[in-house]
Design a protein around this ligand. Structure first.
Ligand code: HEM
Length: 123
């Protein structure tokens, strides 16, 4: 967990799957289901931050700037995901947040894969 990315990958993969489940529940007007899945997603945000944070504090000396940006963009992805779920629930517009979400998600994948641990297809 300190130098191995498996736990971190597991947490964000589950979160993204639950996020898709929440979108389906919202589209099928299952408000109760949506609320429960949203609560579980919030728990997983914490797990992403703990596993990402452990990797960050134990490895950031390898490339402090890039690790810093990775952490920031990772936190922004979580923030935008939460904004999307809240705005969907309230029936507010989500257009701009979807654009931000796609850009930040691509950026966080690029940065994660660029950094030294785990997979590095771009290295
Ligand atoms: C939904 C949000 C996030 C996604 C999709 C994501 C995605 C990724 C990916 C694809 C990797 C590369 C894994 C590998 O190469 O094996 C990674 C690694 C990492 N992530 Fe995240 N991440 C997210 C949030 C965070 C957060 C919030 C933090 C910090 C608190 C963080 C810190 C890290 C660190 C330090 C690494 C290790 C980089 C390395 O040395 O290879 N991530 N993440």
């Amino acid at each position: 967990m300190l130098h191995n990315t498996d736990a971190h990958i597991t947490t964000w993969v589950i979160t993204l799957i639950l996020f898709i489940v929440a979108l389906f529940l919202h589209n099928s007007k299952n408000e109760k289901g949506f609320k429960i899945v949203h609560m579980v997603i919030r728990l997983f945000y914490i797990l992403i931050i703990i596993t990402g944070g452990l990797l960050f504090f134990n490895n950031q000396s390898l490339n402090p700037a890039l690790y810093g940006v990775k952490m920031l963009v990772g936190l922004l992805v979580i923030a935008v995901m939460e904004m999307l779920l809240i705005r969907l629930k309230k029936g507010k517009g989500t257009g701009l947040f979807w654009v931000l979400f796609i850009i930040l998600l691509l950026a966080v994948f690029y940065l994660g894969l660029r950094l030294p641990l785990g997979w590095h297809p771009f290295a």
